[in-house]
Design a protein around this ligand. Structure first.
Ligand code: BES
Ligand code: ZN
Length: 928
């Protein structure tokens, strides 16, 4: 027997894909794993050879007869002479074995051909030994390091990142989310270290042969998908926090950062408890560990019971982190803990419904934040920023539906985008608002309970919610959520409603079509129909709080849009406004008279009688209509200019977001001077009102006012408004004159990024070096990030050139996870844009090699460049570059087509609007 296996093993090593006829990227469905026993020994002591080796024992149920076991395995050494297979339940001879093995590298399959046919209904036990180098990339089971400042040594830890398809890099498994099974994990490591995994420790005992090594066995998990498995060996410290309900909660970080764990340790249990109440379902695991990983490619990852974070999203320092950092941190913790229900407890069947994970976690996190920190007003902020994001992204023809077919593995990574997250969250908010609290909660609870420890698809959710809504009476009996929501999740894009009022009959006619940024797109591309819950209010009522639908815009059975007439509207001297508080993702264009009425109110002392979210909406809508030619820039600028009175964050955010798009193009043209004068005129009053970048204004208590002040100051310094630059430089000088600048920093936290950037922009080589040194010495991740971005503000070509080289140096001071972000910072500046573009074009192969095999990173380089390209010639150059680098960009097709479409819309804007916009600016400036 043994020799046969040996022979087969040797034979199989020489086999590749040749023998395999199965060439589909999904696993065959004949088998189903029932349980995994995973045992992994990690050696972190031999720096020359950081490795792991392990054994996986999988109980497999045959659902159909089959002659092979096909599972996932990638870059793992498997000694196939040691593989065993036997039948453990069912009739007949339990002996079985493996005749040969094959690999299919295209789909990461490892195929084991069996000696005897596996029979439907029988259960088998497969034992596979494997080993690999601890990965250097940030996926699979990989290494991370940090400097111990006391011993002046590098410390190594190990950690996992499996989502979406990297568990296969760590152990052979059925690496698809539908194959849930319990995991019993045992980790072997040096006894001076700590081992963590999804579940609590069951027992630790000495290693049978390696002195000073231990085996730690963890409790068996609940049934879970492979992408949620996690483990780590480290020498971290932790901060415990205990929930009254009994879930043990611990926050882990490198020892020198343990004092930055307090906030996350306090916030985590609070939000977990809020979700238990919200969903009416207790958190099912006995513990949660959250750990800050120095090298981490995503922002955070929701592994069940062992949540991983990049340092900047888990660690908080009162002396270094800003209000924005704090809110982002809380949002991240809230997001990952929301996944413990949406994603971990109930998981999407397949990645086409990724939005059920990410859209939900995004939306539920904003409910969590609103509940715990109502003073942040994060629900409003999140809703508006999500809308602003999707109005841009989803107005591209190259966008895609929320729920999208996955036709190859690279599309899974590409799905973690604004559409799954922000649009997913926005349509859930819409649904929450039109269903009301009770149906929403009851429907969700029954969905979660029905699919607990199982997988679901969006139709299952619609069914549970429709049942609840019909029972409660929140939805007309002849309405089905599936029909309403399919129009939002299966269709690309979002609608614009055109409102034409008849001022004599006091009615309005509403029609809808898809909104597209490409104004040359033909009518066919604008087809589509969305079920829209309509809310509106009038100048008389001003009832913006009513977010329950007054009526619906419906679609015919064949999916055509049906016009709608609204009656009983006010007379010709009163406006109407649709979409109270931006409850649903659609734009609204009015007739000229209604726009005029709205603009008159905005430009009067009554401007704040229009809800703040709708003020942000009006700014965004009219900016887009001007961009695509449905409105004149004269009208749009008249509306936007009202913000001179505005003192709230959201309308300003909307203005800046829209001006940013024009700014990227306009600043490269001779008429930029008019734009500059306009911006200065617009922001000087608010800058001075908020007391510039002085931190002493006692009126600013409200956290969102701090965010506003930071945002205004940012633009003010870029446009040299008032004392912004001189004040920044003086803050920077006083920091430089500190005896110990790494301990004492007199720059107000809210303005650090502005002060650093402005000082580098106007500074000397010494200033750059000073800041670079601070970067290297900083112990707080958010401070490091702020500095990294600011170093890109230099106007010195040679400095930027050197900086570009430094970010792609694997052994340098900048971690791989940060390199794309720094590239983006450089590319977004005036001088840096051309340098970054050239650098990418000349070094694309080595950059791709730098990230290999995480090819999804290549997407990060396109957007910041495309936003600033606006001539046909440059479009052609960029397109040729992409075509010539096809291999490098093959896994980021979506990002490349979006980048090209963005450039095309820029070209259109320049050709069609440049002169018009300039004239409108000049006209406006003459009236000042
Ligand atoms: N599940 C994701 C992590 C992830 C992202 C895995 C992309 C694989 C690919 C996690 O829940 C997440 O969404 N993280 C966000 C942060 C969050 C606050 C929006 C991230 O990493 O950016
Ligand atoms: Zn997420």
């Amino acid at each position: 027997m043994k020799w046969l296996l040996l022979l087969c093993g040797a034979l199989s090593l020489s086999l590749t894909t040749a023998g395999s006829s199965y060439n589909f990227f999904r696993l065959p469905t004949a088998l189903r794993p029932q349980k995994y026993d995973l045992r992994i020994l990690t050696i972190l002591e031999d720096l020359e050879d950081l490795r792991f080796n392990g054994t996986v024992k999988i109980q497999i149920e045959a659902l159909q007869n089959t002659n092979n076991i096909t599972l996932h395995s990638k870059d793992l050494a498997i000694n196939d002479t040691q593989i065993t297979l036997r039948q453990i339940s069912g009739e007949g001879n339990p002996d079985n074995c493996i005749t040969s093995t094959e690999i299919n590298p295209t789909h990461d399959f490892y195929i084991l051909n069996t000696c005897q046919e596996l029979l439907s209904g029988h259960v088998y036990e497969l034992i596979l030994p494997f080993s690999a180098k601890l990965q250097e990339q940030l996926a699979g089971y990989y290494r991370s390091s940090y400097e111990d400042p006391v011993a002046n040594e590098t410390r190594w830890i190990s950690i996992t990142q499996f989502e979406p398809a990297s568990a296969r890099l760590a152990f052979p498994c059925f690496d698809e989310p539908g194959y849930k099974a319990p995991f019993a994990i045992t980790l072997g490591y040096h006894k001076k270290l700590t081992g963590l995994s999804n579940m609590p420790v069951k027992e630790t005992k000495p290693h049978e042969s390696l002195p000073d090594y231990v085996w730690t066995q963890f409790q068996e998990s609940l049934p879970m998908s492979t992408y949620l498995v996690a483990y780590s060996i480290n020498d971290f410290s932790h901060k415990p926090s205990t929930l009254p309900s009994g879930t043990l909660f611990r926050t882990w970080a490198r020892p020198n950062a343990i004092d930055q764990c307090d906030y996350a340790a306090e916030f985590g249990p609070k939000v977990l408890q809020y979700y238990e109440q919200l969903f009416g379902i207790k958190f099912p695991l006995p513990k949660v560990d959250q750990i800050a990983v120095p090298d981490f490619s995503a922002g955070a990852m929701e592994n069940w019971g062992l949540v991983t974070y990049s340092e900047s999203l888990l660690l908080y320092s009162a002396e270094y982190s800003s209000q924005e950092d704090k809110q982002e941190l809380a949002n991240t913790v809230a997001h990952e803990l929301a996944h413990q229900w949406f994603g971990n407890f109930v998981t999407m069947n397949w990645w086409n419904d990724l939005w059920l994970n990410e859209g939900f976690a995004t939306y539920v996190a904003s409910l969590g934040l609103e509940n715990i920190h109502p003073e942040w007003r994060s629900m409003q902020l999140e809703s508006v920023s999500n809308m602003l994001t999707i109005f841009r992204r989803d107005s591209l023809e190259s966008s895609h539906p929320i729920s999208r077919p996955i036709e190859m593995v690279s599309q899974i990574s590409e799905s973690f985008d604004d559409i799954s997250y922000e649009k997913g969250s926005s349509v859930l908010r819409m649904m929450h608002l039109f269903l009301g609290e009770e149906s929403f909660r009851t429907g969700l609870k029954s969905y979660l309970e029905r699919y607990a420890y199982k997988n679901a698809e969006q139709d299952n959710l619609w069914e549970s919610l429709t049942q609840a809504a019909h029972k409660i009476g929140a939805l007309p009996k002849d309405y089905e959520l599936k029909i309403i929501m399919d129009s939002w999740t299966l269709q690309t894009g979002y609608p614009v409603i055109n409102v034409t009022r008849d001022y004599t009959t006091r009615t309005a006619k509403l029609t809808q079509e898809r909104y597209l940024l490409n104004s040359n797109a033909s009518g066919i591309h604008r087809n589509g129909c969305w079920w829209i819950p309509l809310t509106y209010t009038t100048q008389e009522e001003k009832d913006f709080n009513n977010t329950a639908p007054q009526t619906w815009m419906e679609c015919s059975e064949s999916g055509d849009s049906l016009p709608k007439t609204i009656k009983d509207l006010p007379g010709p001297d009163q406006w109407v406004i649709f979409n109270n508080q931006l409850s649903s993702p659609y734009k609204v264009n009015y007739d000229a008279q209604n726009w005029k009425l709205l603009i008159d109110t905005l430009n009067s002392d009554e401007y704040d009688t229009i809800h703040v979210v709708n003020r942000a909406q009006l700014i965004d809508d009219i900016s887009y209509f001007a961009w695509t030619g449905e409105q004149d820039y004269d009208v749009a600028l008249k509306l936007i200019s009202y913000v001179e009175r505005e003192r709230e964050l959201l309308p300003w955010k909307s203005v800046f977001d829209n001006l940013k798009a024009v700014n990227g193009i306009f600043r490269q043209t001779p008429n930029f001077k008019f734009f500059k004068r306009y911006i200065r005129k617009l922001i000087t009053p608010i800058y001075e009102d908020l007391n510039g970048i002085n931190d002493t204004n006692p009126a600013i208590q409200q956290p969102d006012q701090i965010l506003l002040k930071t945002m205004v100051a940012n633009w003010a310094c870029s446009y040299q408004v008032s004392d912004c630059v001189t004040q920044s430089l003086s803050y920077f000088r006083s920091w430089q004159s500190e005896a110990n600048p790494d301990e004492n920093n007199p720059v107000p936290i809210a303005f650090r990024s502005i002060v650093y950037c402005t000082s580098i922009e106007h500074g000397t080589d010494e200033d750059w070096e000073f800041l670079w040194t601070r970067y290297q010495k900083a112990n707080v991740a958010t401070e490091k990030e702020t500095i990294m971005d600011s170093l890109a503000c230099s106007l010195e070509v040679w400095q930027l050139q050197r900086y570009l080289g430094r970010i792609f140096d694997a052994k340098g001071a900048i971690r791989k996870q940060d390199s794309a972000g720094v590239f983006q910072s450089i590319a977004s500046t005036n001088i840096g844009f051309l340098l970054a573009k050239k650098y990418l074009m000349e070094n694309v192969d080595s950059i791709s090699e730098f990230y290999h095999p995480q090819s999804e990173y290549m997407a990060e380089f396109l957007a910041p460049l495309s936003e600033q390209i606006f001539t046909r010639k440059d479009y052609n150059e960029f397109k040729t570059f992409i075509v010539n680098s096809k291999k490098v960009f093959k896994d980021v097709e979506q990002a490349t087509s979006q980048a090209l479409e963005i450039i095309l819309t820029n070209v259109q804007w320049k050709e069609r609007n440049y002169e018009k916009f300039t004239l409108a600016l000049q006209k406006l400036l003459n009236t000042f």
